[in-house]
Design a protein around this ligand. Structure first.
Ligand code: FNR
Ligand code: 8K6
Length: 347
C-alpha cells in the first residue's frame, strides 16, 4: 500500500494535520521596522493554509538575535498582536501554523540592536550581512553562563508568546549555523566549561532550550530543526557526528512533535556524517516523526516517504512560486518554477 501524502496525519494526541506537506520556514525580510508582521504577511500565509502545517519564517526571540533586516520578532506585545492576525487568518482558512524560534548567535549584527553579539565562543564568521553588504560580521563575545541562562529563558518566553499569538506550536531553530547549531559544532564551540569539549556538553544548550520550551508549551507543541552536517555559516569537523549521535537519542526521549532536517538539497552528502545525507543520518539516529526537506518535488517526496526515509515533507521554494501548491499537485497541474527574483515581493 502506498502512502497518500494528501491524506491526514496525526502528529500526536493534540495535533492532526490535514496532509503531510509542510510549508518550510522561509525568511522574507518583510516585517515592519518594529519587526511586526504586516497585512501582506497575513495574506501571504493565509494563501498557503492548504498545507498540512505552515512553519513561519524564522522569528527572533529577542533583539540581539537579529542578523537580517526586517525579520519578525516574538518579544513585544505589538509583534504578538501582529502574529495573532496571521494565525487567525490561517486558522480561518483551515490551516495550522508553528512559529520558528530563532537566535542567530554570531551572525547577529549590532547595526540592528544595542549590545553584544553573543555566541558559544569568540570565533567570528567571514563576510557581511546579506542584502546589507556594508555590514561586515564582527567577532562575537563568548556567552557567560548567566548569558546562557537568559538565552534559554528567552526561548521559553518566546514560545509562550507564540501561544498567546495563536500558533499551534513552535519549531526551535537549531539549524543552519545559527546560535543553537553553533553550540553543536566544533568549528564554532571551543568552550572549556559544561557547554563545550564533549558530546554531552555541546548538546547541553540545545537540550536546555528544548526542555524549557517543552515545560512552557508541552512536548506535543514543540519541534526542532537541526543541521548535523555543517554547510551554512559553518564548516564541517569530523568530530561533529559524535555530538549528534549523543543528541538524537536524547531528543527521542522528549517525544517531540517532530524533528526537521535543515538543508537546501537533501542529496548533499557529508564527509563528517560518514557520507550520509541529512535525512539518512537523522533517520538512522531518531525514530520519532521526521520531516524531510531540500529540493524535493511532490513525486520525489512521495517516493522517499514510501521508502520510510522520513514521515513528512517540507516544501520551501516551490511554495514561494505556487501559493496553491497543494491544489496544483492534487490536480496534477504544472507548477510555476521558482526563481530568486520572486523574493522581492510577497505574493
Ligand atoms: C530558507 N530556509 C530557511 N530555513 C530555516 O530554517 N529558517 C528560515 O527562516 C529559512 N529561510 C529561508 C529563506 C529562503 C528564501 C530560502 C530559499 C530558504 C531554508 C528552507 O526552509 C528549506 O530548507 C530550503 O529552501 C530547501 O527546501 P526547498 O526550497 O528545496 O523545498
Ligand atoms: C534563514 C536566513 C535567511 C537566509 C536566506 C537565504 C536565502 C537564500 C536563497 C537562495 C537559495 C539558494 C540555495 C543555495 C543553497 C546554498 C546554501 C548555502
Amino acid at each position: 500500500m502506498t502512502t497518500d501524502l494528501l491524506a491526514p496525519f496525526k502528529l500526536n494526541n493534540t495535533i492532526e494535520l490535514k496532509n503531510r506537506v509542510l510549508m518550510a520556514p522561509l525568511t522574507r525580510c518583510m516585517a515592519d521596522d518594529n519587526l511586526v508582521p504586516t497585512q501582506d504577511m497575513v495574506e501571504y500565509y493565509a494563501r498557503r493554509a492548504e498545507t498540512g502545517l505552515i512553519i513561519s519564517e524564522a522569528t527572533i526571540i529577542r533583539p540581539d538575535g537579529q542578523g537580517y533586516p526586517n525579520t519578525p520578532g516574538l518579544f513585544t506585545s505589538e509583534q504578538i498582536q501582529g502574529w495573532k492576525k496571521v494565525t487567525d487568518a490561517v486558522h480561518a482558512n483551515g490551516g495550522k501554523m508553528f512559529a520558528q524560534l530563532w537566535h542567530v548567535g554570531r551572525v547577529a549584527h549590532p547595526h540592528f540592536f544595542d549590545g553584544d553579539v553573543l555566541a558559544p565562543s569568540a570565533i567570528g564568521v567571514e563576510g557581511s550581512v546579506p542584502r546589507m553588504r556594508e555590514l561586515t560580521y564582527i567577532t562575537p563575545k563568548a556567552a557567560t553562563t548567566d548569558d546562557i541562562k537568559s538565552l534559554v529563558a528567552d526561548f521559553a518566553k518566546a514560545a509562550e508568546n507564540a501561544m498567546e499569538a495563536g500558533f499551534d506550536g513552535v519549531e526551535i531553530h537549531g539549524a543552519n549555523g545559527y546560535l543553537i547549531d553553533q553550540f553543536l559544532h566544533y568549528e564554532a564551540n571551543v568552550r572549556e566549561d559544561e557547554y563545550g569539549q564533549t558530546s554531552e556538553n555541546m548538546s547541553r544548550f540545545a537540550l536546555e532550550v528544548t526542555d524549557t520550551v517543552i515545560a512552557a508549551v508541552g512536548n506535543e507543541r514543540t519541534a526542532l530543526r537541526l543541521t548535523p552536517g555543517a554547510y551554512f555559516n559553518m564548516s564541517e569537523d569530523s568530530r561533529d557526528k559524535a555530538v549528534f549521535d549523543y543528541l538524537l537519542p536524547e531528543l527521542e526521549k522528549r517525544d517531540l512533535a517532530y524533528l526537521h532536517g535543515g538543508i537546501f538539497d537533501d542529496s548533499t552528502t557529508f564527509e563528517s556524517l560518514e557520507g550520509k545525507t541529512t535525512s539518512e543520518f537523522l533517520r538512522a539516529g531518531y525514530k520519532g516523526t521526521l520531516v524531510g526537506v531540500g529540493s524535493y518535488s511532490f513525486e520525489s517526496a512521495k517516493e522517499a516517504i514510501n521508502n520510510a526515509k522520513f514521515d513528512l515533507i517540507a516544501i520551501g521554494r516551490p511554495l514561494i512560486a505556487n501559493p496553491d501548491y497543494i491544489s496544483k499537485v492534487a490536480n496534477g497541474e504544472e507548477l510555476v518554477p521558482y526563481s530568486d527574483e520572486m523574493l522581492a515581493q510577497l505574493k
